[in-house]
Design a protein around this ligand. Sequence first.
Ligand code: ADP
Ligand code: ZN
Ligand code: ZN
Length: 708
Amino acid sequence: MPPPIVVQVVVDKPLPQGFDYLWDKEVLGGLPEIGVIVEVPFGRSALIGMVIKVSAHSDYELDKLKLVSRVAPLPPLDASVLRLMNFASQYYIHALGETIIPTIPQMWKKADNWEKIPKKIVANEEKKKIKNTPVSREGLIDEAQLNECQKNALETLHSCSKSKFKAILLQGQTGSGKTAVFLNWLSGVLQDPGAQVLLLVPEINLTPQLERRVRAYFPDKKMVVLHSGVSEKVRGLAWHDAMTGAAQIILGTRLAALTPLPNLRAIVVDEEHDASYKQQDGIRYSARDLAIWRAHDLKIPILLASATPSLETWVAAKAGRYEHIRLDQRAQGASLPKVHLINTRDPQSQFSPGDAESPKTKSLITKTLVHAVSRNLESRQQSLVLINRRGYAPVLSCGACSWLSKCQQCSSYMVVHKAGALGRKSTMSCHHCGLVKTIPSHCPDCGNADLKTLGQGTQKVEDFIEMTWPNARVLRVDTDSSRKSKDAEELFQEIHEGNVDIVVGTQMIAKGHDYQNIGLVAVLDADSRLFSQDFRAAERLFAQLVQVAGRAGRSNKEGEAGGVIYIETQFPEAAVYQYLLRHDVDGFLSFTANERKEAGLPPFTYQALVHAEAKNLDKATQFLNLLKDHLKSHNHISRSLRVYDPVPKAVMRVAGSERAQLLVESDDRKFLQEALEEIDRYLREQSQGRISKVGRIRWLIERDPILI
Ligand code: ADP
Ligand code: ZN
Ligand code: ZN
């Protein structure tokens, strides 16, 4: 009898251990390898899993073990991506199987299709050959065309060893030519024919534009695009090209950070400060942080680019842990936009009642801004109006009693949405649980027919703008106007082609886009994000304002004014606005770093949250209190590990569940790691998966949360 072949397989379940199976090499057509994807019987069904160990023994009785049923037609995941997955699993306190399996595209998780897939790949290759039309070289700035500042940056990058870990912060104002620099750098890396590079971007809306640009640089390299907006089939094939090494350029959003890349030589994280790099459900990882770990593990360089670096990255660069490269002028010569703060408390900024030019209805924007937009229209430049709330108005209210459009299921209000295209009626919807209702004709409490909206969203502002400037072409861009990334791409194209005079939108319009003719940017209601219990609110607001300001005057020539940005605020003296006024990114970051240091907040401490969700808040809080008691009684709480009292979440009630959180904090990652492992062990003991057996409380541990 030859010795048995036993493999340990992990599956997508919150279970810390793998399971032993027998491997029949006759049936499966070969020997097992670590990293192969398999189908295994599990309970009464079958599951997809991955082999993590091969041996000749099992702690279980061999004749009780089941057999691996099928093997995927894929090479095994390479050793380096398995190290990454192991790290992510430990660091984010998530089981290995539920870390790995969700990163595999659906196409490779349907075992019934496995036999057909190789044919599909061949067919795809054939199609690509036919489709291979020449790409335009438009937008390509080659090495010789770089300005002095960019050349220096590129030289520093070229001097980085290709086989050593180095994190580099490339900091430069919007439009300073960062993209041109890193694409030229990657071009050097890709001279090695087998090399792969990973280019991460925060939003799928930004990929089409960058995709065209990257193609112009690398017409003869194979590039794949990975994000949640591409179809399952395309994504499955792209992932395959990436994991076999066939693709050299992998462009994608956070999910691409976990792609197996056997020949990875360099990583770029564009807009590294962006919150979309953080996954907010399942395993709550930071794609940027994992990318840095991956570069470190592989001993390769990683470049983090931003006009407004995250405090974490900036502090690391200042401390010399990261290389710090700067680009300090706009590539095309124009100066930065001039910032105007409009104090909305100043009566002079507002229309007075007798004002001849006062709009017919109550003006939603200040007189100062109305004048500025009119001037900008006259000079035939586009205006961009940012308001960070979609819909018509954030709440509906009754003038006769105190009724407000509260969501039945959440502790939030239902947002009024005006009738849209496709015969859709006006509705109210909850942005937390998705509940949609028709607008009541009368107050449900007192019967009054005079219901009013409070506050304003993109739709209301759009209406106001159309009324104020009836001849202007107005376009609204938010997730309601563009459900799919393709729609968004079309909207952005309209702006690029100059078919629009005034754009109204949410933060979707603020990021990355290289618009050429924006003369004016206006920000409404900025203060709403200034006062928040979240200590990162000001940092996020500042980054967003710099980003949106950066959309103005991008193509203006040397010496020309670089457009204007108007910010309506009641608190012009707030630090965020004052630093913005001076375009002083470093000043703001240094100020914020001091504040955080004094308050003992990240990046000077490390944090984790334990989330608990129950039928009612008391249950959730009690659950977390018991956890805290446990930690106390086992001496886990000390000067090096602080555990706060449980608190309700900012939006406490969502879809009928009530939510609380417990903050755990330490100055030392090691202590935090130990505490989290203990918390995980303790909670698991009383749970099935991540739901407690008593009281059915759903819990989750989140490392390095970015929303507190
Ligand atoms: P960033 O990534 O910093 O926002 P980009 O690389 O997108 O900057 O450059 C901004 C604009 O300036 C783009 O339209 C780009 O084509 C152009 N540009 C970049 N570098 C140069 C250069 N050296 N000469 C002329 N135009 C440039
Ligand atoms: Zn009423
Ligand atoms: Zn709701």
